[in-house]
Design a binder for this molecule. Sequence first.
Ligand code: SF4
Length: 258
Amino acid sequence: MRLSQGHLTLLDYCPRRFQHTVLDSLMVPTNPDLLAGQRWGNRFHLMMQQREMGLPVEPVLAEDPELQAAVTALAAADPSLFEHHERFRQSEHGRALVLNGYWFTVIYDLLRLWDGQGEIIDWKTYLNPRNLNFLSRDWQTRLYCYVLVETTDLSPDQVTMTYWFVRTRDPVTQEQQPQRVQIPYSAQRHAQTHIDLLRLTDYLTQAMATSNPLPQIPETQVEKCAHCPFMMRCQRGSARGDETPELPPLEAIPEVVL
Ligand code: SF4
C-alpha cells in the first residue's frame, strides 16, 4: 500500500477519517472559494515547473497579474531561487521508499542539492502562513526530510526544508510579500520520525487485519471532530441532527494521493 504525508496526517489525526477518505474513498463537497484557491495554486505550481524546464512562461504571466506579482516578489525576496548554482536541481521531483511493508512517496516542488547539503522547497499558495512550530510537526516536513535522508548520502543535519508562502501580502501596502519558513533537520528528528512511522504502520497493518472499521476519535476528544466533513456520518458534535457541517479551511485539507 502506498502512503503519502496526507495519509499519515489523516491516520495520526483520526483512524476513522483515514478509513472514510482512503480505504472507502468517500467524497466530500468542496467549498467553491477553496476550489478557486486550489486552482490558483495549481497554476502557480505548473508555471514554476515550466520555468524550471526552460519553457516560456511569459504568456502565462501576462494573463495573470497576481501570478506575475507573486513571481516578481519571490525573485526579489530570494534571487537564488531563480539561479542555477546547485549540483542538482529539479522541480516536481519524486522519491519513494519502502518501510515496514508500505510505499512512502513524496514529490518535492523543488529539490536543490549541493555537495553535502540538500534543500527541499515547497510552495504554499494559501493566504495564511503557518508558523515554524506547526510546520516542524507537520507530516509533510517530517516525511519529506526523512525520505531524502534515506534515499541519498546526506545526513540529517545536511537537510533543510523551506516553505515559501508566495501569496501573502504586506498588511499595510497590500503588496505581495512572500514569507519564508526554513526548518533544519537533525539526527534526533530523523530517529523520532522513524519510530513514529513504524508505530503508525504497525497500527495500520493490525487495524486492517480485522473486519472492523478503523476506530473513531474517543468521545473525550470530540472537539477534534469540529471541522471534520464526516461529523454527521460519525454522529459527532453539532452535526447531530440537521445541521450542515462546516468545511475545513484549505490548509487543513491534507494532500491525499489515492
Ligand atoms: S467526525 Fe471525528 S471520529 Fe468521525 S472521522 Fe471525523 S474526526 Fe474522526
